[in-house]
Design a binder for this molecule. Structure first.
Ligand code: AMP
Length: 373
């Protein structure tokens, strides 16, 4: 399976035939248990559910009646919240029957709410909801979804009956919208500048991938990997881990081509690492868009780091190593600024203020870079 184009957008393979078949087998057996000896009226919600309903029908062995309901809620890739009934079902076909609604996907729940409201008016004996896909993060309603084939993240998907402006329904497997590229940048600054705190917020707000070499090293150390064992003595003393070790670790990370953008924190820490990063990004067809430096006065850094040392349990946050790390920053890491200044990619942000204030300053810079590119 490869990428496909529908209208103006690109989609990448996401859920294969086997996974779909497993989800349908599970749903079918759950509905089988629920039906006991009674005939179920399946209300198939068109158009998106037509392939799912056909496969579910084939795997369901008890008596069943199929009715079709047609609603419309999506325009483009976002739910409009405005649901219209295009094809209705006569009231007597539902009245006093055991009804199972067949949905391809439950997203915001707007369509589902309208379906439940309308079908309830027709007085079924019982009403249950079955959906092949469910997006818990997008769901805004309280109605219980009785039978769920598979939970998925809040991605826009097509295929297996689901469309993007009517195209893609006939794809036998599920594809998801390829992320539009945003920005790859280095969040720069001395230890204690607040890079980690800010990067976490930016990552969540902008959907970026966050790479923090310090966290990666700590993870390796905790899990006692060979890399962790090599890095530990340097980190404990507040020294830089040698470039070769750091570079090896980074190599494996930027391998997913479908990422929206990357925030680098703690890397590059030397000009050699910066040169390596440019090369590595170029190999992947990517480029560093910016280095954004967080500026914080030195006495404040020391105060923050000593405080962090008392609460975080980081073995390198003591007075002696802090001083050494700041010296190393000036000596080895600060020259990285010049490297990116020469490429016209250097930006500065005042790093003192509330977390929200500093974050807003960073967002302003990121937006200005995005506008230019
Ligand atoms: P941090 O969490 O960014 O403060 O990093 C903690 C420690 O990990 C540093 O003091 C270094 O010993 C090591 N480290 C993190 N990133 C790098 C890097 N890019 N190059 C060398 N050493 C690093």
């Amino acid at each position: 399976m490869k990428e496909i184009r529908l209208h103006d957008k690109t989609f990448v393979p996401y859920i294969n035939k086997d996974k779909i078949a497993q989800a349908i087998a599970k749903l079918s057996s759950q509905i089988d248990d629920y039906a006991q000896d009674e005939t179920i009226v399946f209300v198939v919600v068109l158009k998106g559910s037509f392939i799912f309903a056909a496969d579910l029908a084939k795997s369901y062995n008890k008596n069943a009646i199929f009715e079709f309901y047609r609603l419309k809620s999506y325009e483009g890739t976002t739910s409009t919240g405005n649901v219209q009934i295009l094809v209705d079902i006569d009231d007597e076909l539902i009245k006093n029957k055991k009804v199972v609604v067949i949905e391809d996907i439950v997203d915001s729940g707007n369509t589902l709410e309208k379906i439940i409201e309308e079908l309830t008016k027709k007085q079924p004996a019982d009403l249950k909801i079955a959906t092949l896909f469910y997006k818990p993060k997008a769901y805004t309603k309280d109605f219980k979804i009785d039978f769920v084939g598979m939970e998925i993240p809040n991605d826009f998907i097509v295929g297996y009956g689901l469309d993007y402006n009517e195209l893609g329904r006939n794809l036998p497997e599920i594809y998801r919208l390829k992320e539009e590229k945003m920005i790859d940048f280095i969040l720069f600054g001395p230890p204690g500048a607040g890079k980690g705190t800010q990067a976490q917020i930016l990552k969540d707000k902008l959907g970026l991938t966050y790479i923090a070499t310090g966290d990666l090293f700590r993870h390796h150390i905790k899990n006692q990997t060979p890399l962790g064992q090599k890095a530990k003595s340097y980190i404990d003393k507040g020294d830089l881990v040698p470039d070769e070790i750091t570079i090896d670790m980074i190599k494996e990370i930027i391998s997913d081509p479908n990422i929206k953008g990357i925030i680098f924190d703690g890397f590059p820490r030397t000009v050699k690492q910066a040169e390596f990063l440019d090369k590595l990004m170029a190999e992947k067809g990517l480029i560093i868009d910016a280095l954004i430096a967080l500026n914080v006065p030195e006495e404040r850094l020391i105060k923050r780091l000593l405080q962090r040392g008392q609460t975080s349990g980081r073995s390198d946050d003591n007075e002696q190593t802090i001083k050494h790390r700041l010296d190393l920053y000036h000596q080895k890491t600060e020259p990285v600024k010049e490297y990116y200044k020469k490429q016209n990619k250097y930006h500065e942000v005042h790093g003192v203020g509330t977390i929200e204030e500093v974050n807003q300053r960073l967002l302003d810079v990121i937006n200005s870079i995005k506008l230019r590119s």
